[in-house]
Write a protein that binds this ligand. Sequence first.
Ligand code: CU
Length: 178
Amino acid sequence: MNLKLTLRGAAFALAALTSTMLFIACNSDDDATEAAATEEPAASITVTDAWARGTMDVENPTSAIYATIKNNSEADHLVSASVPAEIAGKAETHTTEVDGDTMKMVHVDGYDVPANGELVLEPGHNHIMLMQIPEQLMPGDMFTATLHFEHAGDVSFMVEIRKMDGSGGMADMSGMDN
Ligand SMILES: [Cu+2]
């Protein structure tokens, strides 16, 4: 009898938990849609020349997003970035530091974007690091990424996957070993 009660209690708790989770999921979806709809007309931030390194034939692939971010408003801060789960499980704001004669990447707390200025994400400097990549990123493919700004909110844009050296074609794979 005790067991029956416990099972019923557990089932009830599970049902309650499931409905709470559904509610949260729906709620955050709505928020995202609203934010995108209200943020877009202002266009205080524009993202151009966005590309990511292809990962062809690499074990434990990583990649990075590079782009030019123009700010047509007051000073802002790029807080974080996100990409679809099928592209990468993790997107981090990184910079590259020179340590003696080696270069290393460090996770930074986002980047300042000057008023009416620009922030350039480029190889060897600031970049959005992509990790936990489930499938190789093939040059020529595209995906949508979103940058989260302190003031401008969410800005989504298309990212083109290119070869390691940033060119578009697939013939030259000479950049693979760095
Ligand atoms: Cu990195």
